[in-house]
Design a protein around this ligand. Structure first.
Ligand SMILES: [Zn+2]
Length: 306
């Protein structure tokens, strides 16, 4: 079965080759850099094709003024519509009513489009019980990705899914479920083990999506050193994923909604393009469409349904 693993990184752009401000200029990222033939994810890195991967700098601004934001950027990735153009500008972090309307009602929502065609799709982030309680009570609102999933009638994954090895923790290893969320019985993996699990779980369905929001938080609040650590953890997980990924059967897509982490000279989003990395023998069936955020959903739908 053809399948896609979409590894979404919030707030990672292509910035300067400056180790004082850009964690991506300094971090040791053997898995990512190995995919790119030793090149780093920087503003001046051109589109590259290696034997295993294609790298594309992707425009997140889409002709709309101001720094791109999460709600409109994620909604664009998930629908293929130019959502900032539809709603009158970049918006985030949480969806406005206009963005929510797109996610809830448009047939282009990739989770709805795939399930309407009889294909299987899931968001595999595990959410703790207190998240569901906060949403139910109105204290917390869905961000764009869980909103799109819920609008398609798909369940969000829970602590039980995490225990069953079907869902994934925001920190990949699950340590945060023990230390911060105070669960006593959820699994803990090493980073490479978590990557291997991700490869295995994504074989169960056509479209598997994981949202890594830690990168954007590190861009807003963290130091450069913390940004380096976040990228190095991601890369160690990716090493495990890539060692277990079968390039013949599936495509991995890694991309972001806007820049942030790559420029620690300030704490807000940037206008930089974002790195798109795709892996898999059939990746060039979708690569040409990924020059801006509107290309992902239609390319994914076409690849999985043709
Ligand atoms: Zn942000």
């Amino acid at each position: 079965m053809r399948h896609i693993l979409f590894l979404f990184l919030d707030g990672v752009g292509l910035g300067d080759d400056d180790p004082a401000t850009n964690p991506l200029a300094r971090a040791g990222l053997p898995a990512l850099h190995g995919l790119l033939g030793g090149r780093r994810l920087l503003r001046d890195t051109p589109a590259i094709e290696t034997n295993r991967a294609t790298f594309i700098p992707t425009d997140a601004a889409m002709g709309i003024a101001g720094p791109p934001q999460s709600a409109t950027g994620q909604a664009t990735i998930l629908t293929g519509l130019n959502v900032p153009a539809l709603v009158g500008g970049h918006w985030g972090p949480k969806p406005s009513e206009a963005v929510a309307d797109v996610l809830r009602h448009r047939p282009e929502n990739i989770f709805r489009a795939l399930t309407a065609r009889g294909l299987t799709a899931a968001l595999i982030n595990a959410y703790p019980q207190r998240y569901f309680e906060a949403v139910k009570s109105g204290r917390r609102m869905y961000s764009a990705i869980p909103m799109a999933v819920a609008a398609a009638g798909l369940p969000l994954m829970t602590a039980d899914d995490l225990r069953a090895g079907q869902a994934f923790s925001a920190d990949f290893t699950g340590e945060g479920w023990r230390t911060e969320l105070k669960y006593a019985d959820t699994p803990v993996y090493t980073l490479p083990e978590a990557g291997a699990r991700l490869a295995e779980v994504s074989r169960q369905r056509s479209f598997t999506f994981f949202e890594h929001w830690v990168t954007d938080v590190a861009g807003h609040r963290g130091t450069v050193d913390e940004g380096v650590a976040v990228m190095e953890r991601l890369d160690a997980m990716l090493g495990g994923l890539l060692a277990h990924w079968d390039d013949e059967e599936g495509i991995v897509i890694i991309t972001s909604d806007h820049g942030n982490l790559e420029d620690h000279s300030h704490t807000h989003h940037t206008l930089n393009r974002v790195p798109t990395v795709i892996v898999g023998r059939q990746r060039n069936a979708i690569a040409r469409d990924l020059t801006d955020l509107t290309g992902f959903a239609p390319a994914i739908l076409r690849y999985l349904t043709e």
